[in-house]
Ligand binder design. Structure first.
Ligand code: SF4
Length: 563
């Protein structure tokens, strides 16, 4: 008998984002489910349909071609309408296809989904690998009588909604197959669970308060498998990656021993950081750690149950920067009891911790959080609120002391202050004086320099002195160690300022050290063109004959020489 065809779909969100990266990655859990099914010899495919609504005819085309027997949807609050719409199309095309919803939103709203949306047959609640596998097996065998014995699912039966016993959390995460055996992706996780109870976050209720880890060996093997497929940049998506210092240091040492030349970013809490761990993380390729701070007001942090102290935040940010790792701060505004005074406290804290990147969110309420239970109590609200086409509930809409206008102004003020002080934040970085980190310091300075000269910050008018900040960073980079990016950045700055002689000098030094660098040769060639020295320009551009961009400039040189 041919095995069932299973599609795992990650659907599009209700609203488009300015940064596609925010919605693009398929959650890592989907890959684990896919891998478990593959190990059990099912024909399974993962479809990242985060933007299929831009070409909606493709939905039915692909479904027609793939002919799935079962479709599993990975559903967050933001993409639940996308999932419902695709499921509806799939059911209309084939009423026998079985539709399964899993993920954070269905876990907390399972009854809501089953009650209002007949296109859904089953919901997987919580950690989904084994529940989904058992469900697929039962469907395959046509054994619907035993479905009630599968732990961790919900379904309809004779007009009623049945939820089975909760599935036990997987004790040994290493028993799961490493999904990189079958798939390619950049988001990886070392642990599941979070012991904290922030009022706005559903993660602990989904994964549990007890934290479970893969072994460092398994995690590095995971990275290695992806590295061998050509992936060199990773997002470590654990809620608190550094919660266990010894394990993290072991991971870093193993990455170094295996010679994996990778770059990665992680998330943690300011209370789980010290010099040792930062030293090893930096050596093993970490370039950024994100920390949730949420507010400068202790009162609001307490209301959100954040449990972060101002001193811890200051210390963690300064230390992280000392080791050449960008400390990125998450802040929330529009929280309970937010006023201009508390916003000023947030601005004051930002000035003290000096983050190089800040991510600002308006507080939203999601199922599975304490804020959501409070909201339901305050308004006697049911889950029917999610019948509205919204992604989340803005907290300010539920609090008469806050208006949308005021909250938007809060955000604007924080952003302006942040950008106006960014130059001081960069100036305050004091990299640790350890010779073995010089090459990495050089890399850090040049990356940061590019952010100001040609990256995200180059487009933000409110950031003062961008060129000079970048120039200093590139020079600092080269004072530590020769760095291709720094030579290029400095060369481009000088070129923009029409300081062509200076650009030639710095770019020539760069080309001497990095003769194969396409960017340096191209930039140097263009600089000579600006000096009308077309023959010398050609000597660099012709090294890149295969590049389309270089071809354009080569032709320009020949044209100039022929007149
Ligand atoms: S915000 Fe982070 S620390 Fe707080 S509960 Fe969620 S995952 Fe845990």
């Amino acid at each position: 008998m041919a095995r069932m065809k299973i599609l795992l779909i990650y659907p599009y969100s209700l609203y488009d984002r300015s940064l596609e990266e925010d919605i693009k990655p398929v959650p890592i859990g989907v890959y684990y489910i896919g891998a478990v099914l593959k190990e059990n010899h099912y024909d399974v495919e993962i479809l990242n349909w985060y933007k299929i609504h831009k070409t909606p005819q493709k939905i039915s085309e692909v479904l027609l071609e793939k002919k799935p027997d079962i479709i599993g949807f990975s559903i967050l609050n933001a993409n639940r309408w996308g999932g419902l719409e695709i499921a509806q199309i799939a059911k209309e095309m084939n009423p026998d296809v079985k539709i399964v919803f899993g993920g954070v939103a269905p876990t907390f709203l399972w009854k809501h989904f089953l009650k209002h949306f007949p296109q859904i047959d089953f919901v997987v609640i919580g950690e989904g690998e084994y529940a989904f596998l058992h469900l697929v097996k039962s469907i395959e065998q046509g054994n619907y009588r035993d479905i009630k014995n599968i732990k961790g699912i919900a379904f309809r039966k004779k007009g009623k909604f049945v939820r089975t016993k909760p599935a036990e959390a997987i004790k040994d995460l290493d028993e799961l197959p490493i999904p990189a055996k079958y798939f390619e992706y950049q988001h990886v996780a070392f642990s599941r669970g979070c012991p904290w109870k922030c009022a706005f976050c559903g993660s602990p209720k989904f994964w549990g308060h007890k934290i479970r880890f893969h072994s460092p060996e398994n995690f590095v093997r995971h990275l290695e498998l992806l590295y061998n497929k050509g992936i060199t940049f990773f997002y470590v998506s654990d809620d608190n990656f550094t919660i266990n210092k010894d394990k993290v240091i072991e991971i870093c040492k193993r990455i170094l021993e295996k010679g994996l030349r990778i770059v990665w970013v992680a998330i943690s809490r300011v209370s789980y950081i010290d010099e040792d761990i930062l030293y090893w993380m930096r050596k093993a390729g970490c370039t950024q750690i994100s920390y949730g701070i949420e507010s400068g007001s202790e009162k609001i942090r307490d209301l959100l149950n954040k449990n972060v102290k101002t001193d811890q935040a200051k210390n963690a940010f300064a230390l992280t920067h000392r080791y050449g790792i960008i400390a990125r701060a998450y802040f929330i505004y529009g929280s309970p009891e937010e006023t201009w005074e508390t916003i000023q406290e947030t601005i004051d804290l930002i000035r003290q911790i000096k983050p190089l990147i800040c991510v600002l969110y308006i507080l939203e309420i999601y199922p599975g959080t304490r804020l959501y239970s409070d909201f339901q109590k305050r308004f006697n609200a049911t889950d029917d609120i999610w019948l509205k086409r919204i992604e989340g509930i803005c907290y300010f809409e539920t609090d008469q002391n806050l208006s949308q206008e005021a909250v938007f102004q809060f955000g604007g003020k924080i952003r302006t202050e942040l950008y106006e002080n960014m130059n001081h934040f960069v100036e305050s970085i004091n990299l640790v004086n350890k010779k073995e980190l010089y090459e990495l310091h050089s890399d850090f300075c040049s990356r940061l320099g590019m952010t100001f000269s040609h990256g995200d910050y180059s487009k933000i008018d409110a950031i003062k002195d961008k060129d000079n900040i970048a120039e200093k960073l590139f020079e600092q980079s080269l004072s530590y160690y020769p760095n291709q990016r720094a030579y290029l950045g400095l060369g481009m700055i000088k070129q923009d300022r029409m300081e062509f002689e200076g650009a030639v000098k710095i770019l020539s030094e760069g080309v001497e050290l990095f003769p194969d660098s396409k960017e340096l040769n191209l930039c140097l060639g263009i600089t000579y063109m600006n000096l009308r020295d077309y023959n010398t320009a050609l000597s660099y551009l012709l090294r890149l004959e295969r590049s389309k961009e270089a071809k354009y400039y080569i032709e320009k040189c020949y044209q100039a020489l022929s007149v």
